[in-house]
Design a protein around this ligand. Structure first.
Ligand code: SAM
Length: 125
């Protein structure tokens, strides 16, 4: 039984594999995706945020938030009246995300599976 299986229910071999990768190399996605830039200097995370606006005052769920790079960019966009909920199953990824955003009250992190979310339906809008 591996570390992930000790701490959470084993969901299926594909998710177990993904969790093993993210526990071994937390931040791996950000390391790859945050390096590329468009001609005007924007990252793929910034392009995604811009496409989702307006977000002011909304509650936004960053599902599979990983190390929190997108979560971090969403915080100023929701403003002081909004909230960002970052959800991920990987403990190591969430540790990075929580360190990055510690002390910011309008951010909440949940360690849970995208297949079984605890926030009720329609609780984020
Ligand atoms: C490709 S990474 C993306 C991370 C982040 N959104 C980013 O772009 O930097 C995928 C993330 O999904 C998480 N993940 C994979 N399967 C999951 C599941 N069933 N429930 C919750 N998180 C999951 C992994 O732990 C990982 O952090």
């Amino acid at each position: 039984m591996n570390k992930h299986q000790n701490e959470t229910e084993s969901l299926n071999p594909a998710i177990d594999f993904l969790m093993a990768v993210h526990e071994a190399v937390p931040g791996i996605t950000e390391t790859v995706l945050d390096t590329g830039r468009t001609a005007d200097g924007r990252s793929s995370y910034e392009i995604l945020c811009d496409a989702a606006e307006p977000l002011h005052g909304k509650t936004v769920v960053d599902l599979a938030c990983g190390s929190g790079r997108l979560t971090e960019l969403l915080v100023p966009r929701v403003g002081t009246d909004g909230k960002v909920i970052g959800i991920d199953l990987s403990k190591s990824e969430l540790n990075l995300a929580q360190s990055r955003l510690q002390g910011i009250e309008r951010v909440q992190f949940l360690r849970e599976s995208a297949c079984r979310l605890s926030p009720p339906n329609a609780s984020a809008e």
